[in-house]
Design a protein around this ligand. Structure first.
Ligand SMILES: [Ca+2]
Length: 453
């Protein structure tokens, strides 16, 4: 919140206090002066239609759904990559990750290249910016931004960390392990709880420790990524799902939804819910064959440039400032989380680099009516996509470009490239211009240099 909007709010509250509600208003005045807490919940490989508010019938997700009911759900919400690590790099920096070469998943990195494979050290993270604005910062869960010590969350703006550094982890008896241990800070711990429950426990404990100061909590569940593992108590919730993979997926998702509920419950218990800006997002579409997820009505899934890879469940709540139970239909992207959070938290956006995301608050509150983004771009090696208003260009390797009208054809069933050559040309030109600002993927460059030496 800017100091100006704080002053405005304060005047409002003082006026209202004069009307004889001194006690309540004193409490709300305190709320208005306080920086909002910021919580980002990111989940892994969940299907687009696997939550209640997206029409799921076989897996109840009351807690995730409650975020949409208490806030705004984005119906055209995107991530900047159809796989895990680059999406997180974009989210953490507010920038297209191709600007700094974080174009591909991190590995496990080849031996000898570990120090190159991770979120480049030139980048400033949302945690760096919120920490500078006076926040205590904590990361819980999957990191996937590099395993070398200089990529550790402690070096990227976080005061606290509980989780693992690689891209995935077993859930049952996650234990000590040497390859990819569960860490508290930098120390391996012998975790015994089901991993999703452990992350929920740690997220709640973080709020418990820091409820009296502005905090930023980044809660990164690896659920519902493979391996498919769930304890009996969650499996028992789904006796009617016959398919074993889908049943395990449902159990894993249900455990994660419980965790979202525990976080929301703790915020309510402390009276912090109204003053907490909370984002919920999925890091890419579901890999339907691998984990039993469903992306209907979107085409394809994880790894794909079709909507099933990149359009995801995405919602935001902040009862103090954002209306409840609304949908927002203009395209937005995970890159918007950083500027939205940093502006809300009274922080400063870096002035020395392009920030591709925009502050969503004026859009979701109706102050701005324009589209937050006229164009959006995706690139993963030789696969490309771009969205210009409702037109979507897809270019996969050397195949001819495809064109879809997302307003009429969310499933990308009818390729209109032949019928609309001028639109293909226009979008291809915009994509080329965007690409001219991007750099070579870092780990490709590192591998090439190693081969030379
Ligand atoms: Ca993922």
């Amino acid at each position: 919140m800017s100091s100006r909007s704080r002053r405005v709010d304060r005047r409002k509250f003082l006026t209202a206090a004069g009307a004889g509600m001194a006690g309540l208003m004193a409490r709300r005045l305190h709320a208005a002066e306080r920086k909002p807490n910021i919580v980002v919940i990111i989940v892994d490989d969940m299907g687009y239609s696997d939550i209640g508010v997206h029409g799921c019938k076989d897996i109840p997700t009351p807690n995730i759904d409650s975020i949409a009911q208490n806030g705004v759900r984005f119906t055209n919400g995107y991530v900047s990559c159809p796989v895990c690590s680059p999406t997180r790099a974009g989210l953490m920096t507010g920038r297209y990750q191709q600007r700094f070469g974080h174009e591909f998943n991190t590995g496990p990195p080849p031996q000898g290249l570990e120090e190159h494979v991770g979120l480049p050290l030139t980048e400033v993270t949302i945690a760096d910016l919120l920490k500078a604005a006076g926040y205590v910062t904590g990361a819980v869960g999957k990191w996937h931004q590099g395993i070398f010590p200089h990529f550790h969350p402690f070096k990227r703006g976080f005061d606290e960390f509980f989780g693992f550094l690689h891209g995935g982890h077993s859930y049952i008896d996650p234990g000590l392990g040497t390859f990819n241990p569960i860490l508290r800070g930098e120390e391996p711990v012998d975790e015994k709880d089901y991993l999703t429950d452990a992350f929920s426990r740690e997220a709640v404990a973080f709020i418990d420790r820091h409820g009296n100061e502005p905090f930023y909590l980044y809660l990164s569940y690896n659920a519902v990524h493979t391996p498919m593992q769930a304890p009996q108590k969650y499996l028992d919730r789904f006796p009617d799902i016959a398919d074993e993979k889908r049943r395990t997926y449902a159990a894993m998702l249900s455990a994660m939804d419980d965790g979202v509920g525990a976080v929301l419950g703790k915020l309510r218990e402390f009276g912090l819910e109204r003053d907490t800006l909370l984002f919920f997002i999925d890091d890419n579409g579901g890999p339907e064959n691998a984990n039993g997820s469903i992306n209907d009505p979107l085409r394809a899934g994880k790894g794909s440039m079709y909507e099933g890879g990149i359009r995801v469940p995405f919602m935001i709540q902040w009862p103090e400032r954002i209306p409840a139970n609304k949908t927002y239909d203009k395209p937005v992207i995970a890159l918007d989380i950083l500027p939205t959070a940093v502006v809300a938290g009274g922080g400063r956006l870096p002035g020395d680099r392009v920030i591709d995301g925009v502050d969503l608050l004026p859009y979701v509150t109706g102050k701005k009516d324009a589209r937050p983004h006229g164009t959006l771009f995706w690139r993963s090696g030789t696969n490309h996509a771009m969205r210009g208003r409702d037109w979507k260009l897809v270019r996969l390797g050397d195949n001819p470009p495809e064109l879809y009208d997302l307003a009429a054809d969310i499933s990308e069933a009818a390729d209109l490239a032949q019928a609309k050559p001028n639109m293909v040309k226009r979008l291809t030109g915009a994509l080329a211009k965007w690409e001219s600002e991007m750099v070579e993927p870092v780990w490709t460059r590192a591998r090439r240099q190693r081969r030379k030496n």
